[in-house]
Design a protein around this ligand. Sequence first.
Ligand SMILES: [Zn+2]
Length: 69
Amino acid sequence: MSNTVVTLIQAPSDVDYTCPWCRERIMQDFEDFLDDQGLSWSDFPDWQYEYTTCPECGEKIEDVPYEFD
Ligand SMILES: [Zn+2]
């Protein structure tokens, strides 16, 4: 008998989004995404409302919300 719950900690592995400028669907390894965006894991809690730069067309996508699959 136990009330212990094992929580599975999720880590992002990939990103998937569609650029509103060039309509390309971007699917990237999360580490590559961080590299492209000049971000690191430690930025993660803060980049909720930061812009993302599309690797296909180079346009900035503003106010990007992040969600977990
Ligand atoms: Zn684009």
